[in-house]
Write a protein of this length. Structure first.
Length: 385
């Protein structure tokens, strides 16, 4: 472990030195997670986000000044992560007035309005899933011609590979390389601790895991992931994703309750949160997150756990059913979810892991915020609280 830590420190120092030297001089060229080389002729300061749920990225880079740099974003945090939104609005009231942009994928994004907005963005951060579409539509060229640079980031398609690079590339581009390097060091050190523990225990049982995507968002079941999203955590944790074979090569899809029962998962994880509908009404998701209401969480948990077919699932019978805060799937704070998964899949190996402490440390270290919350739970224990 000392060798690994020393290597990480040396790597981070190198990144900080070389990145700072480059960032002090523009034009500056960086390569994003889509493999695109993007050249900046000046230091960008006005930033737009294709999804407001990745606002923590700006906080990691700018700390208390994060909201000052956000000039446009899609209004999805408010309904998809309401407790996160409430927390950030309390810290940064100006976020309520950030101009709203549309979703690229649905055709709601208005390029002309975006280009002519005041203040004009000089950097548009777009999630990887929308980059190819934006390129095919000619949107990337149109924005570049207007002086707006676009960088792809990815916390959801291939989070293990792309989280660190996404943060570092944006940090380099905006002349905040040290902040990116600090994040890289912390994240890599935590990830390596998990990987090294597993490497030193080759005889750990290969648990079978099922992730229920967006549990409680609708009445149907069971959407899931084979690869990507939180499904990417499972092979890294030396476990088997029971959705891989049924989905036949697709990253996402749906399994029937009967198929889930037949798959005999040892661990069942509900990806959930307290979503709101577009008109502000709560869904049946479990409202994990910032400022948790334990009574509401217990009630919502019981409702999902009372689905008759679930009681026939192997993991239910062994009391290995858990819930994870879904917005972590598209966040640089996905490390917290990875640590929860490690504890649930290998409880003996990772009994000392404290994901809640990791969340608190990350927010304090990178966002200068003193925060607590409830982001993961054993559903059986939650129902008794």
């Amino acid at each position: 472990m000392k060798t690994v830590t020393a290597s990480i420190l040396a790597f981070s120092t190198l990144l900080s030195f070389s990145g700072t030297a480059l960032a002090n001089s523009y034009p500056l060229t960086v390569t994003d997670v889509a493999g695109r080389q993007v050249t900046f002729d000046h230091q960008p300061t006005n930033i737009a986000l294709s999804t407001s749920r990745i606002f923590p990225l700006l906080e990691i880079i700018y700390q208390g000044d994060a909201a000052k740099h956000l000039v446009a974003a899609r209004d999805d945090m408010r309904v998809s992560a309401p407790s996160m939104y409430a927390s950030y609005i309390k810290q940064y009231p100006a976020l309520q007035h950030v101009p709203v942009i549309g979703l690229i994928k649905s055709g709601e994004f208005d390029a002309e309005r975006f280009i002519n907005s005041k203040p004009k963005p000089d950097l548009f951060i777009v999630d990887l899933s929308n980059i190819k579409l934006a390129q095919d539509k000619g949107l990337l060229k149109k924005l570049d011609d207007a002086g707006i640079k676009v960088l792809a980031v990815d916390f959801r398609e291939n989070p293990i590979k792309n989280t660190i690079k996404s943060v570092q590339v944006v940090a380099d581009a905006v002349n905040r390389t040290k902040q990116g390097s600090d994040f890289t060091h912390y994240y890599q050190q935590h990830l390596d601790a998990i990987k090294n523990t597993l490497a030193n225990h080759q005889d750990v049982p290969m648990k079978r895991v099922f992730i229920e995507r967006a549990a409680g968002y609708s009445d149907s079941c069971c959407r899931t992931f084979a690869a990507g999203n939180m499904g990417a955590y499972i092979p890294m944790l030396k476990a088997t994703n029971v959705a891989t074979a049924p989905l036949k090569g697709a990253n996402t899809g749906e399994m029937s309750p009967e198929t889930v029962i037949t798959a005999k998962p040892d661990v069942y994880i509900m990806q959930t949160t307290g979503w709101l509908t577009k008109d502000g009404q709560p869904t049946n998701g479990i409202p994990l997150g910032y400022s948790p209401n334990k009574a509401a969480i217990a009630q919502a948990t019981k409702s999902l756990m009372d689905r008759p077919w679930l009681k026939a699932v192997n993991a239910y019978q062994n009391k290995d059913v858990y819930s994870i805060y879904m917005p972590f799937y598209n966040s640089p704070y996905n490390l917290v979810a990875i640590e929860y998964f490690a504890k649930w899949i290998h409880p003996t190996l990772f009994s000392a892991l404290q994901p809640e402490k990791t969340f608190e440390e990350m927010n304090l270290k990178f966002g200068d915020r003193h925060l607590k919350g409830l982001f993961g739970q054993n559903n059986f224990k939650a129902m008794t609280q």
